[in-house]
Write a new protein. Sequence first.
Length: 354
Amino acid sequence: MKILVTGGAGFIGSAVVRHIINNTNDSVINLDKLTYAGNLESLLSVDSKEHYCFEQVDICNREELDRVFNTHKPDAVMHLAAESHVDRSITGPADFIQTNIVGTYTLLEATRAYWNTLADDAKKAFRFHHISTDEVYGDLPHPDEQDGPLPLFTETTSYAPSSPYSASKASSDHLVRAWLRTYGLPTVVTNCSNNYGPYHFPEKLIPLVILNALEGKALPIYGKGDQIRDWLYVEDHARALYKVVTQGTVGETYNIGGHNEKQNLEVVQTICNILDTLVPKDTPYAEQITYVTDRPGHDRRYAIDSSKMSNELNWQPQETFETGLRKTIEWYLANKTWCQHVQDGSYQRERLGI
């Protein structure tokens, strides 16, 4: 196959590209605008491979999208290009509306125009895989709010987004499903839990805490730190996404989770404990933990039921939270140059979205 990956220079996108190039015979066209979070250094290991090529294109640019489709003639699209940070969406929602909604619409229309030119067999085999988030579902009851078994997000959970980010992703999900229903474009949707792992831009919790800890800076915890997230190692996610685009059923939604519900405070404490072992200093890293005012509209708990992925596509995460987190920390310790380069611009790990 020849797969067009949008947002392939981002955190999850680059993991997908590396997985496909290193583990399959498929080709990848990586289409990325290269915003602040897009980094071609994350793809140096595949940059010279003959089955990989890069196109610097904004998904809102219809003319350029048409050129890419007509030049490369992909067999599938994996759509990961998105603005994805909740705090940034609070500060500046317009970019999220433009990229996640208008951009997805523009990509769908360019894809549909190209798909309509294909022969019947190629049209049937084609896939448009839209990668989304569990945040579109809103939040779930917290253990301190009810007794007994707690619910999980399933593929039929109603949408109730809380932030400008999750609302824009919910909108894009609806567009993708409408293009299947109305135009017959063969689409599939996945909704994932919080990803972590190598090459993660340090605005997000885990890389931010790792780098701040190593520099002796404060480790900020929003509110009481009791917000619960399900953590998914990014390379496990990349494997799951490839299974969906190659084996998933048109029209279906698949939830992808890591089976690792953790409170934010527990995540930060675990990072500190691992750093105490790997890079010991005179005082425990946990002494750097500080508590700050919570984020507006902060969801309290996310948790995914990914049994459909397991039962229908035979996928399970390979990493536990502990093994994945140790691998992640070891990667950041070994790749300080990458970390420095991604912070050479305007972002210096300051808090956003207040």
